[in-house]
Design a protein around this ligand. Structure first.
Ligand code: NAI
Length: 277
């Protein structure tokens, strides 16, 4: 457990109990940090196939974390593709908090898959890049004035797909690769202010997104979701899927002073599925 007492953290896409974002919010709160739970809430994404965080679930999460960990929480609507939504969120955050010490850019979604790049629907391509890449840019830009002068830590949730090309999920992969480079650029730009910027690259983690992906790939490949999952697990040296809490452990480490000499890194959390020099 890391000590984040007195710190304030903002986690995007944290409004669903099954997701990585919730697991991160839970561990941040357990480490003593106040947490802003930001998710789509009242404005579910158009065209998305994976369930999004609802207002009721976000409120329940905020109340639960505050009750169990004795920290301040705030559940606030956020669409990372909307500048107005980000402005409204920051107005709420400024009312409740003087600073933001930790930002976790976790919100993510894929549209228009499965598809090869050369046949991808243009609107779905743009939307996927908008959520996963430009969303990180917009939210980080909006939060930075509240982290100015540091110390602070930004953790971006990229993906193994940002390093190893997945099949027929090109916009997502391109966006996540962009997130990794944005992480490195920002790490250099902000180091002088004592703000560290890192990314994590999860592999196969058991969430709604991953279940949907196995189902989708199975239909595409003419097999079952169970068979597709077993095939993927067969490529993981540790021999199993990861849990959201196992990703959250690394994110909270990166957010904490225990990672005080780490910046500009893109840390793989893949059970050994991805090993690189
Ligand atoms: P999830 O689908 O369960 O959660 C994603 C969250 O983002 C949801 O709460 C959703 O409401 C929110 N969201 C979607 N669009 C949004 C928008 N426009 N504005 C604000 N919030 C929005 O997925 P999961 O698996 O928990 O994913 C979390 C992050 O981890 C994502 O960035 C994903 O790409 C990444 N990831 C997940 C992996 C996995 O195996 N599950 C592997 C690699 C990366």
């Amino acid at each position: 457990m890391y000590d984040l007492k007195g710190k304030a953290a903002l986690v995007t896409g944290a409004g669903k109990k099954t997701g990585i974002g919730f697991a991160v919010a839970e561990k941040l709160a357990a480490s003593g940090a106040s947490v802003v739970i930001a998710d789509l809430g009242g404005q579910p994404a158009q065209g998305g196939e994976v369930r999004t965080g609802t207002r009721a679930e976000m409120d329940a999460i905020a109340e639960d974390l505050a009750g169990r960990h004795g920290v301040r929480t705030l559940a606030v609507d956020l669409d990372v593709t909307s500048a107005d939504s980000i402005t409204a969120m920051m107005d709420r955050v400024r009312e409740g908090f003087e600073r933001v010490d930790v930002l976790v850019n976790n919100a993510g979604a894929t549209f228009g898959v499965p598809n090869a790049v050369h046949t991808y629907d243009e609107a779905a391509w743009m939307k996927t890049i908008d959520v996963n890449l430009h969303g990180v840019f917009r939210v980080t830009r909006a939060v930075m004035p509240m982290m100015a002068g540091g110390p602070g830590s930004v953790v971006n949730v990229a993906s193994r797909a940002g390093k190893v090309p997945p099949l027929f999920n090109g916009a997502y992969a391109v966006a996540k690769a962009g997130v990794i480079m944005m992480t490195k650029v920002m790490a250099r730009e902000l180091a002088g202010q004592g703000i560290r910027v890192n990314a994590v690259c999860p592999g196969q983690i058991s969430t709604d997104l991953e279940a949907w992906r196995f189902d989708l790939e199975a239909r595409f490949l003419g097999t079952t979701a169970e068979a597709r999952k077993a095939e993927m697990v067969g490529t993981i040296p540790l021999g199993r899927m990861g849990a959201p809490a196992e990703v959250a452990d690394v994110i909270v480490f990166l957010a904490s002073d225990a990672a005080s000499y780490m910046t500009g890194q893109a840390v793989n959390i893949t059970g050994g599925q991805l090993m690189e020099l």
